[in-house]
Write a protein that binds this ligand. Structure first.
Ligand code: KG4
Ligand code: ZN
Length: 348
C-alpha cells in the first residue's frame, strides 16, 4: 500500500508518498518527499511569522502535492490512504494541511489518518533505519520540543521528560538572533562553532533536581532547561566592551553548542540506562547538528548501545515521516473522520 503524507505544521509545506515494503524489519520506503521551505520569507523578520506562514502554505500546497505524486509515479488511484499532521504546531498552518487532506480524502474516497507531529519525528528513525531494537529511548529535539520518549512497542510513545522552558532549537534560534546571526540559528551556529574555541566562554550547565509543578506525573530529574543558558549568552554579549569580533562570535557559538549537546546526550543516556534500553535515537530538526550526531555515535560506541539518527533531510520537518507514522496508525486500525480539526497543542 502507498500513502500520501502532508505536513504543514510550521514553515515547511511538504508532501510525500511512502509505501509498505512487506519487510517487517524495514517496513517503509520513500517514493517521494517534496519540501517547499519558507525560510527565505521568514528570515527577513528573524523568525516564523504565523500569518505569513499560513498564506504561503495556501500558495504552495497544491503544487507540492502534485509534484510528490509525480515524482513517486503515483496517481490518486494508487493510494490507500492520506495522512496529515493534526498538531501540534501553528494553528493557521496546520489548518491548511488538514483542510487539504480532508478534501483530498473525500474526493478520492480514501481513508484519512491524523498524525501527531512528534510521532512523525520518532518514526523518521524507523523510516531511515528500519525497526529499532526495543525498548528504545528517543530524544525528539526541534524548534518547538525537547522531549524524551520511551518506545516499548512499535507505535507506543511514553513521555519520560521534556523541557521546562525553551526547546533546544528555540535556544539556538534565540542565541543566533542576539549574536546578530540570521534565522534559523541552528545551522548557522553549527557551522560557526566548528571554527570557535568551545571552552572560551564560561556558560552555566543546568541541573534540575526538583519536580515540575506543571507536570506532576513526571519525576522531573530528566527534564531539560535552556533559558538560563540563553540568558547567560545575552549577559556575555551585553557586558562585552563593544561588538564581538567574528572570532569571539564563533567562540560563543562553540561554547554554547558544547553545553547544549552535552546536556542532551547526558539525559538521553541516563534515561536509556534507567529504562534498560536496547537502543537510543535522536530525531527532530536539531538532530541535524553535526556535534550532536558525532557525540551520539561516539558515546553509543563507548556504551555499546546502538544509536540511531534520521538522514539530514528526514531530521527537519518533512511529510515522509508523517506518511510513515500514518501507515503505522492505519495498520493499527486508527483512522480519522472528516470532521477532523487541527489542534495546536495536541498531546502525544
Ligand atoms: O523539526 P524542525 O524542522 O521544526 C520543528 O518542529 O520545530 O526543527 C527546526 C529547528 C530550528 O530551531 C533550527 O534552528 C534547528 O531545528 N536546527 C538545528 C540545526 N538544523 C536545524 N539546530 C542545531 N544544529 C543544526 N544543524
Ligand atoms: Zn518538527
Amino acid at each position: 500500500m502507498r500513502i500520501l503524507g502532508i505536513e504543514t505544521s510550521c514553515d515547511e509545506t511538504s508532501a510525500a508518498v511512502v509505501e509498505e515494503t512487506g519487510d517487517a524489519a524495514k517496513p517503509w520506503a520513500i517514493r517521494s518527499n517534496v519540501i517547499a521551505s519558507q525560510v527565505q520569507i521568514h528570515r527577513e523578520w528573524g523568525g516564523v511569522v504565523p500569518e505569513l506562514a499560513s498564506r504561503q502554505h495556501i500558495r504552495d500546497i497544491c503544487g507540492v502535492v502534485e509534484r510528490a505524486l509525480e515524482e513517486a509515479k503515483t496517481t490518486w488511484r494508487d493510494l490507500g490512504a492520506v495522512a496529515v499532521t493534526q498538531g501540534p504546531g501553528l494553528v493557521g498552518s496546520l489548518l491548511i494541511g488538514v483542510s487539504f487532506a480532508k478534501a483530498a480524502a473525500a474526493a478520492a474516497g480514501l481513508p484519512l489518518v491524523a498524525v501527531h507531529h512528534l510521532a512523525g519525528h520518532i518514526e523518521s528513525l524507523v523510516l531511515q533505519n528500519g525497526e529499532l531494537p526495543l525498548p528504545s529511548v528517543v530524544l525528539v529535539v526541534s524548534g518547538g520540543h525537547t522531549s524524551l520518549y520511551l518506545v516499548e512497542r512499535p507505535g507506543s510513545y511514553h513521555l519520560l521528560s521534556r523541557t521546562r522552558d525553551d526547546a533546544a532549537g528555540e535556544a539556538y534560534d534565540k542565541v543566533a538572533k542576539l549574536l546578530g546571526l540570521p534565522y534559523p540559528g541552528g545551522p548557522v551556529i553549527d557551522r560557526l562553532a566548528k571554527t570557535g574555541n568551545d571552552r572560551a566562554v564560561a556558560l552555566p550547565t543546568t541541573r534540575l533536581t526538583h519536580a515540575d509543578r506543571n507536570a506532576p506525573q513526571l519525576k522531573g530529574d530528566l527534564d531539560f532547561s535552556f533559558s538560563g543558558l540563553k540568558t547567560a549568552v545575552l549577559r556575555h554579549v551585553r557586558t562585552h566592551e563593544g561588538p564581538l569580533s567574528h572570532t569571539e562570535v564563533a567562540d560563543v557559538a562553540a561554547s554554547f553548542q558544547r553545553i547544549v549537546v552535552a546536556s542532551l546526550i547526558e539525559k538521553l543516556f541516563d534515561a536509556a540506562r534507567r529504562h534498560g534500553a536496547a537502543s537510543v535515537g535522536v530525531s527532530g530538526g536539531v538532530s541535524a547538528n553535526s556535534r550532536l550526531r558525532a557525540e551520539l555515535q561516539e558515546r553509543g560506541n563507548r556504551r555499546e548501545i546502538p544509536t540511531f539518527l534520521p538522514s539530514l533531510q528526514l531530521s527537519t520537518d518533512n511529510a515522509a515521516m508523517i506518511a510513515a507514522a500514518g501507515l503505522r496508525r492505519y495498520r493499527a486500525g486508527v483512522t480519522a473522520s472528516l470532521d477532523l480539526n487541527a489542534d495546536a497543542a495536541l498531546p502525544l
